[in-house]
Write a protein that binds this ligand. Structure first.
Ligand SMILES: N[C@H](CCC[C@H](N)C(=O)O)C(=O)O
Length: 281
């Protein structure tokens, strides 16, 4: 069983090439491989390329074994993998995900800088995975643990809960995320971002991901936070999103289509040992 490790501004993924591997990648194996002490360690696994109607498709798995509909850093990583592994020579390509199609464009020859057209943001509560009456969930009071927060929920193919705040930190988002991720406000869990607006063109976020926990960066979270900041009049449609791992440039057009631009890097190739594969708990 072989993987290739990449990261997008510190959000690390293992690519599992389903055309080259034969072993089954079940929930148990995903949890063990992603474990940072007992396995390789990663924020998730990108499995593919699957071919659907002549287009590439990818599946995104979280380290807890659950499947995600989308990953913004994951899409850029997978695009670079397709280039590195010789699956494509094109400058542009479409990649299908469970959360919709993404168009990616390589901005340089080695594929380390990529722009992705992520499709449309949606503020519909249904698409944002919220329980209850259909509505736009903007600045809704939600209680996580002992405290109440003003939350704006949005879908970027996957679901997000964005909380603007004056000061943000890793500790704060972990405290909130411990309750928000599995809160009953959401039908199938949620990704959480706390957001500090620096100025009209710069926002800063800390992230607690669904099925992952704290991460240094997240592409779809950046799109969601930028979308909420723009929608609430806190920022312009063109913003740099600053995260502990680095930054992503987000542009939103009049139809709420979102473009995300940022870097990716390959890290290493990994082959799991017989020992690891044989292991029985
Ligand atoms: N790191 C990812 C998000 C993974 C999504 C996942 N945590 C979920 O929706 O379950 C990104 O760059 O967008």
């Amino acid at each position: 069983m072989k993987f290739e490790k990449y990261h997008g501004i510190g959000n690390d993924y293992l690519v599992y090439d389903c055309q080259k591997n034969t072993e089954e990648l079940d929930g148990e194996m995903i949890r063990r491989v992603c474990d940072r002490n007992f396995g390789v360690g990663s924020d998730g696994i990108l499995a593919g390329p699957y071919i659907e109607d002549g287009e590439f498709a990818v599946r995104v798995f979280n380290p807890d074994g659950s499947e995600a509909k989308r990953a913004g850093n994951g899409i850029r990583i997978f695009a670079k993998y397709l280039k590195d592994a010789g699956y494509t020579l094109s400058e542009r390509l479409n990649i299908r995900t469970k959360g919709g199609k993404v168009q990616v464009r390589f901005l340089n020859a080695d594929g380390t800088r990529i722009q992705a057209d992520m499709g449309k943001l949606s503020f519909s509560s249904k698409e944002a995975g919220l329980a209850g009456e259909p509505r736009e969930a903007l600045e809704e009071k939600m209680v996580f643990g002992q405290n109440s927060y003003d939350c704006s929920c949005v879908s970027m193919g996957n679901t997000h809960c964005v909380i603007p705040m004056m000061e943000i930190s890793r500790e704060k988002v972990c405290k909130i995320g411990a309750f928000s991720e599995r809160s009953e406000y959401f039908e199938d869990r949620v990704n959480t971002q706390i957001m500090k607006v620096l100025d009209k063109n710069n926002i800063q976020i800390e992230i607690f991901e669904r099925g992952v926990g704290y991460t240094l960066a997240s592409g779809t979270s950046s799109c969601a936070a930028a979308g909420v900041a723009f929608r609430l009049g806190l920022a312009d449609s063109d913003v740099m999103v600053h995260m502990p791992g680095g930054k992503l440039w987000i542009q939103i057009d009049e139809d709420w289509r979102v473009k995300m631009t940022g870097s990716v890097q390959s890290v290493c190739r990994i082959e799991m040992t017989e020992d690891f594969l044989r292991f029985e708990p």
